[in-house]
Design a protein around this ligand. Structure first.
Ligand code: GLC
Length: 560
């Protein structure tokens, strides 16, 4: 028998646990620490801020909190460039603050999932700094991907891969003697050198980092760029292909290589040594849901984000096919489906759905805000009615839109978007959230906010929506409460589609029916039972229910 580590979850969490396999139907709330709550008035959110708002998250009715990185970092990519994986960056607090946050969360019955960034470190990580300083031939360079350049004098990058943020995926270093020297690989910003996972020291280090945070009591890890760790043998050129077109549609020599799975099988054995059902969730952008399912085979990770769902338009036909494909792909591996509409990397769904379909997940126009909000509310109710686990990104429960008019000089996102030639699309979904109607930074903190909040932000605040019937916040609270206590909606792995008018999705799950009208017109459907919750107005007469355009309705029905 494997010995179980002693850092079992704190007692309140243990008693709050409803059943085994809590993660199979959990609602997991993503906190982006920079933008959630600022306790010390420096304009930047921090761990103490998160801790002070835990009662809000408990009352919202989520099961777990995923925190984006708060580790020591120069912040070249908002903390996804880690300099020390075992330290908290002073701008977010201290390790003691992390400890207090984990304990308090458990005291409220909430679990904590931290972000692990294993594909790359910061260029300020000790290993990388020493690799540079030691010069060519240094064994420390083998922990990253250093190569000589092509061309007569090594002046060309070693291969044709491009960075996800734009430009070549290689940067040439200046050697300690001042001459232009080797190149190193960075799939993201130049400040994010990729680790060489063929090197045993890299694996050893990450297994130790896992244990460090497990011993601190975290309940799991979100694995950043989980599909990127292993690169194809010899780092082959892509050839004449347009990388941007292939990304997400094909297995790449640097993404979704089969070799990554051996790493996760090893990690799983570590996690399973610890008490308390801790989990891994993969950020794995793969070409198909079937390939995503490979990451959640029984001896690998527990969940993987469903980016195919996130990228789907507000369209009944498209939604139905991605829902079916997801449930079908997950069934053979026994993993729960996951559902997600927003996160810190994409335009919020209230703004995506305010714009015409087909613009992708990075959008710069506000579109029709009222339409977007109506559809976002309907989409959220649909998502929360599906079997499996759902992810909620901070502020979506307030119906926040993206801030599309941030001035260029305040943007911080290193991403570069081809064609537009402008930095910073992702900042629009990262603007600090409003807690109060008025006051400094609308209650975010006492010293402004690192990205400016737009005028009128306070009208969307927690304070403005609390207790207001029909507000988006109260809609989420009601949905989460029904999902959890009365109907156990996340449970199971299937649904039964019902006949429905064109553009309408209707499905039954036990004693529950969900109808989502994705068209602009009202439709009439049978009154399946008493209405439990609706994302907008609805009408009832003569055994029928009238559902306006862009509205979702939940019905309670006798179980069949
Ligand atoms: C992931 C993160 C994103 C980050 C990138 C590089 O995609 O979600 O925010 O920029 O990895 O670490």
């Amino acid at each position: 028998m494997t010995p179980q580590h002693s850092s079992a979850p704190h007692t309140a969490l243990a008693t709050a646990t409803r059943h085994r396999d809590w993660w199979r139907d959990a609602v997991i709330y993503q906190v982006y620490p920079r933008s959630f709550a600022d306790s010390n008035g420096d304009g930047m959110g921090d761990l103490e801020g998160v801790r002070s708002r835990l009662p809000y998250l408990r009352d919202l009715g989520v099961d777990a909190v995923w925190l984006s990185p708060f580790y020591s970092s120069p912040q070249a990519d908002a903390g996804y460039d880690v300099a020390d994986y075992r330290a908290v960056d002073p701008m977010f607090g201290t390790l003691l603050d992390a400890d207090a946050l984990i304990r308090d969360a458990h005291g409220h019955g909430l679990r904590i999932i931290v972000d692990l960034v294993p594909n790359h470190s910061s260029d300020q990580h000790e290993w990388f700094k020493r690799a540079l300083a030691d010069g060519p031939g240094s064994p420390l360079r083998d922990r990253y991907h250093f190569r000589s350049g092509k061309g007569e004098n090594g002046e060309l990058p070693p291969n044709d891969w491009e960075s996800i943020f734009g430009g070549p995926a290689w940067t040439r270093v200046t050697e300690p003697d001042g001459t232009p020297g080797e190149w190193y690989l960075h799939l993201f910003a130049p400040e994010q050198p990729d680790f060489n996972w063929e090197h045993p020291a890299v694996g050893d280090e990450f297994r130790s980092i896992l244990r460090f945070w497990l011993d601190m009591g975290v309940d799991g890890f979100r694995i950043d760029v989980a599909h990127g760790l292993v690169k194809a043998e010899g780092l082959p050129d892509l050839g004449s292909h347009d990388q941007l077109k292939l990304l997400g549609n094909d297995v790449m020599p640097f993404f979704d290589q089969d070799g990554v799975h051996a790493i996760y099988r090893q990690w799983r054995t570590i996690l399973d040594e610890y008490a308390g059902e801790r989990i891994f969730v993969a950020e794995a952008w793969t070409p198909t849901v079937e390939r995503t399912a490979n990451y959640v085979r029984p001896d690998e990770l527990h969940q993987a984000f469903n980016f195919q769902y996130l990228s789907t338009a507000w369209d009944a036909g498209e939604l139905r096919s991605v829902i079916d494909a997801t449930l079908t792909a997950m069934r053979p591996v026994g993993a729960p489906a996951t559902w997600v509409l927003s996160n810190h990397d994409v335009t919020r769904h209230a703004t995506r759905f305010a714009n015409p379909p087909g613009l992708g997940t990075q959008i710069r126009t506000a579109g029709d805000r009222a339409l977007g909000l109506g559809r976002a509310r309907a989409a959220s109710l649909l998502m929360l009615a599906l079997p499996g686990s759902a992810y909620v990104y901070q502020g979506e429960e307030l119906g926040l839109p993206d801030v599309v008019d941030l001035p260029d000089e305040v943007r911080q996102d290193p991403a570069y978007f081809r064609g537009e030639g402008q930095d910073g699309f992702r900042d629009g979904c990262r603007v600090p959230i409003p807690w109060t109607r008025t006051g400094s930074a609308y209650g975010f903190g006492g010293g402004g906010s690192w990205l400016p909040q737009p005028e009128g932000w306070g009208e969307l605040s927690v304070e403005a929506q609390t207790g207001v019937a029909g507000s988006t916040l109260e809609l989420y609270r009601a949905a989460l409460s029904l999902r959890r206590s009365e109907r156990d909606l996340g449970a199971g792995e299937s649904l039964e589609w019902l006949r429905a008018p064109e553009g309408v999705l209707a499905f039954r799950r036990g004693g529950f029916v969900c109808v989502a009208n994705t068209t602009a017109e009202s439709v009439t459907v049978p009154a399946y039972g008493p209405v439990l919750l609706a994302s907008g107005e609805f009408g009832e007469a003569d055994g029928e229910t009238k559902i306006p355009g862009d509205t979702t309705v939940w019905f309670g029905t006798p179980a069949v």
